[in-house]
Design a protein around this ligand. Structure first.
Ligand code: PLP
Length: 397
């Protein structure tokens, strides 16, 4: 049996690959510290779990409306009103099986073969693959480290061609933690409007902000941009609910209806019990979010301080999410026992094999000079891991 042609172009998720290698090492008894995690280390809050238990006990275990139960879509409408000052109808909201599924659905709905999609580098690993699965072309747009890896109007303008259909923006960013200011988005807006670009705004980390950052996305900058933007968000990161698989999008009526149509032919509705849990997350007490964010912030500050004391690493200060993207290019070209660190994969493999330290090689995000460190792990492990990092890097020559 032969797999379809399109599979030749699809890579497995690099972050899952590292996790798998670390898991195999652990299974052999190694004490691996993982900075490669892409999910909160906290448990889902109790009241959310309780809502799911009640849903099961009530027998809320049947198919639901394809795009999600009314109460949940109304809660999402309210979330957009309260946190974004944006007004949507419940019919413009589609709930899916995680934000990744929402992005996949949007790509299927918006993109024709040959359409170009602009993806600022570094990017979340799945964007190019999701774009290619839709038969479209992923176009990597360079950003500058000194600009916090954020897309500027010059680079955006230079990348637009008559085939450009869409732009994917992710703020706060995975992997850099960078957050776009309103002013930076205003600078992109005229190009987005003039060229009629569809914007996929992946806001999954929008509630994880530090240093009093005010959060904005393109849709919030006016009616035209609201119409051109599909907002993707979800409960996975904010409420430590990665395993529940609930994400959602907001889009103007026609796009939302098309997403509903496509979802009706693949997953049908997202899990009924998880929808009730997501409803409890969005409408219940929010102090759990504040507590988790405060703890990420404490770890972030600690980690930034310690990373700064390791020679030759360049750090871009993250303002959101739970990642630090570290430029380790000074260590590339150095060697350990005759093996040269040619790029981020060799460096990450060296750290995993020799120091039992898992990181994600930057090449997975389009930047081979860097490594991504997550700080969604307890402080004691962060400290131990950074001790190992400093030691392992000092052994390279
Ligand atoms: C930028 C970004 N978007 C989307 C997702 C997917 O979220 P979900 O687990 O809800 O599918 C992730 C998860 O790692 C992410 O980092």
């Amino acid at each position: 049996m032969k797999v379809a042609e399109r599979m030749a172009h699809i890579k497995p998720s690099a972050t899952f690959a590292v996790k798998e290698k670390a898991r195999a090492l652990r299974a052999r008894g190694a004490d691996v510290i993982s900075f490669a995690v892409g999910e909160p280390d906290f448990d889902t809050p109790d009241h959310v779990r309780q809502a799911a238990i009640e849903a099961i006990q009530e027998g809320f275990t049947h198919y639901t409306a394809v795009g999600g139960i009314d109460e949940l879509r109304e809660a999402i409408v309210e979330e957009f009103r309260a946190n974004y000052s944006l007004t949507y109808e419940p019919s413009e909201i589609v709930v899916s099986c995680g934000a990744k599924h929402s992005i996949y659905n949007v790509a299927q709905v918006l993109l024709d073969p040959g359409d170009e999609v602009l993806i600022p580098v570094p990017y979340w690993v799945s964007y190019p693959e999701i774009v290619r699965l839709a038969g479209a072309v992923s176009v990597e747009v360079p950003t500058r480290e000194e600009d916090g890896f954020k897309l500027g109007p010059e680079a955006l303008g230079a990348a637009i061609t008559p085939r450009t259909k869409a732009l994917i923006l992710n703020s706060p960013s995975n992997p850099t933690g960078s957050v776009y200011t309103g002013q930076e988005l205003e600078a992109l807006a005229p190009l987005v409007i003039r060229h009629g670009l569809a914007v996929i705004s992946d806001d999954i980390y929008s509630r994880m902000l530090f240093d009093d950052h005010r959060w904005t996305n393109l849709a919030m900058l006016g009616t035209a941009l609201r119409e051109q933007t599909v907002i993707v968000n979800g409960v996975s990161k904010t409420y430590a609910m990665t395993g529940w698989r609930i994400g959602y999008l907001a889009a103007s009526g026609e796009i939302a209806a098309a997403v509903n149509r496509i979802q009706s032919q693949n997953t049908s509705n997202p899990n009924s019990i998880a929808q009730r849990a997501a409803l409890a997350a969005l409408t219940g007490p929010q102090d759990c979010v504040a507590r988790m964010v405060a703890e990420y912030d404490r770890r972030r500050r600690h980690m930034l301080g310690r990373l700064a004391s390791i020679p030759d690493l360049r750090i871009t200060r993250p303002s959101g999410a739970f990642y630090v993207f570290v430029n380790a290019s000074a260590y590339l070209g150095r060697a350990y026992q005759g093996k040269t660190m040619g790029g981020s994969v060799e460096l990450a493999s060296y750290l995993l094999d020799e120091a039992h330290l898992a990181t994600v090689p930057g090449v997975a995000f389009g930047d081979d000079r860097c490594l991504r460190f997550s700080y969604a792990l307890p402080m004691s492990q962060i400290d131990q891991g950074l001790d190992r990092l400093a030691q392992a890097l000092s052994r390279l020559d």
